[in-house]
Write a protein that binds this ligand. Structure first.
Ligand code: ZN
Length: 425
């Protein structure tokens, strides 16, 4: 086995101290990218405001804006000063040229598929949702599924594949977003699949992939409560349990790309079997497949095997509401484990805001007073207020929005961060 533990002797005082940061390791984003991002975030803004926001001279902003306008990425929009009558002199504002590019965001989960088309300014052009039967498929079939889904939503938007500039894809599992590789996913029957490259080859479009929980954080960061926050945590609960963390306005994926696997943190030694193959994972007590498993055992619902998990869960929820003690205790137990997981996040990360998100959040056990009270009891007593908790039931399109944001973000980097001659297309 690979040696993981290395012993070191005391440091040599002759070699200096402090972090060894190579020059420009954290290369600042080019000013034109910063200008573009300011304009995109503002919706409409003025050159002078951009200069003020970035603490640079108005002259340099003017030069960069001219370049961005020439490149067709930004445009001037005539607006009127607030409070002025229709006769007031129009003011020229800057905005992203929405028609410059379009991207597709896709989410593939065990149970459903969702997709959106967005323009370059992040406006929603079309959306599509369909169910699928939970099944781990070989890469080729997943590619076929992605292609069909992309074509369906593109057609809904009145566009063709040629009109698209990028695609972002979210899926459950261990996803190395930077390397475009899926190390493991419940939707794939093979491990270590270079899905990003395969999608790019199949569709002829630059593709960016990511773990679905990260896309949930991305959706909050681009379109939701996280827009104004530099740091927050999103915990997603649906078929699995995921976590996305934003630090300094960026998704933090762990130094090697696959961190934040809250669902697979252990809450019980030798506990319930998780679909990752290990035992005692939080997900194995909280995710809907865990509830479904409990229901089939505790309520003797063996005949329900043909039913989808969603139908089974609805039924379990109805029983709990009607006062069935066995059904209630299943939710209560899951809620207690969730409280442990959330308290661990708070104790580790100390976030100002913790968002609980997902399509399944209508099951009120998840955010029942009891669960939150239990969480609060497990959070360290520091004398300061607890982090804010928000419940976001965006519905099933949340992830696809995040996937589109991922595509827009990668597209922006490609168009603006690299030298022109280095841009592939
Ligand atoms: Zn696990």
């Amino acid at each position: 086995m690979r040696r993981q533990v290395r012993k070191r002797s005391a440091p040599d005082s002759t070699v200096g101290c402090g972090p060894l940061i190579p020059p420009l390791v954290e290369s600042a984003r080019p000013l034109r990218q910063q200008v573009f991002e300011r304009v995109r975030a503002a919706g409409l803004t003025a050159r002078v405001q951009v200069a003020r926001d970035l603490s640079v001279s108005p002259a340099s902003v003017t030069t960069i804006v001219s370049e961005l306008i020439e490149a067709g990425l930004v445009e001037e929009v005539a607006t009127r000063r607030e409070g002025e009558s229709g006769r007031g002199r129009p003011v020229v504002a800057l905005g992203v040229r929405a028609a410059a590019h379009r991207v597709v965001g896709l989410k593939i989960s065990d149970r459903d598929l969702s997709a959106v088309v967005m323009d370059f300014a992040g406006h929603l052009l079309a959306e599509h949702h369909e169910e699928r039967s939970p099944e781990a498929l070989p890469p080729d079939r997943i590619l076929g599924l992605i292609e069909t889904l992309l074509d369906r939503v593109t057609t809904k938007a009145g566009l063709t594949r040629q009109d698209l500039s990028a695609v972002g894809i979210g899926l459950p599992g261990y996803v190395d977003s930077a390397g475009g590789r899926v190390l493991w996913s419940s939707i794939l029957s093979e491990r270590n699949v270079p899905l990003g490259r395969l999608v790019t080859e199949r569709l002829g479009l630059p593709a960016q992939i990511d773990n679905d929980a990260n896309l949930c954080a991305m959706a909050e960061l681009w379109f939701g409560a996280g827009r104004r926050l530099s740091d927050f945590v999103v915990v997603t609960i649906e078929h699995g349990l995921g976590m996305g963390m934003v630090t300094n306005h960026r998704i933090f994926r762990g130094a090697r790309g696959i961190g934040m696997e809250l669902g697979h943190t252990k809450v019980q030694l030798d506990g319930a079997l998780c679909r990752c193959g290990q035992r005692g994972c939080l997900e194995a007590y909280v995710a809907d497949y865990a509830l479904a498993r409990e229901a089939t055992t505790a309520l003797n619902w063996t005949h329900r095997q043909t039913q989808s998990t969603a139908v089974l869960l609805e039924s379990l929820h109805d029983h709990a509401k009607a006062g069935n003690q066995a059904a209630r205790s299943i939710f209560r137990r899951a809620g207690r484990y969730l409280a442990v997981g959330l308290a661990n996040v708070v104790n580790l990360v100390d976030p100002p805001l913790l968002i609980l998100a997902g399509a399944r959040l209508r099951f009120d056990y998840l955010y029942a007073e009891e669960t939150l009270a239990e969480m609060n009891a497990l959070v360290l007593e520091t004398g300061r207020p607890l982090p804010e908790i928000e419940i976001h039931a965006w519905g099933e399109m949340l992830w696809a929005h995040g996937a589109a944001a991922l595509a827009l973000s990668a597209l922006g980097e490609r168009l603006l961060a690299l030298p022109r001659e280095g841009v592939a297309q």
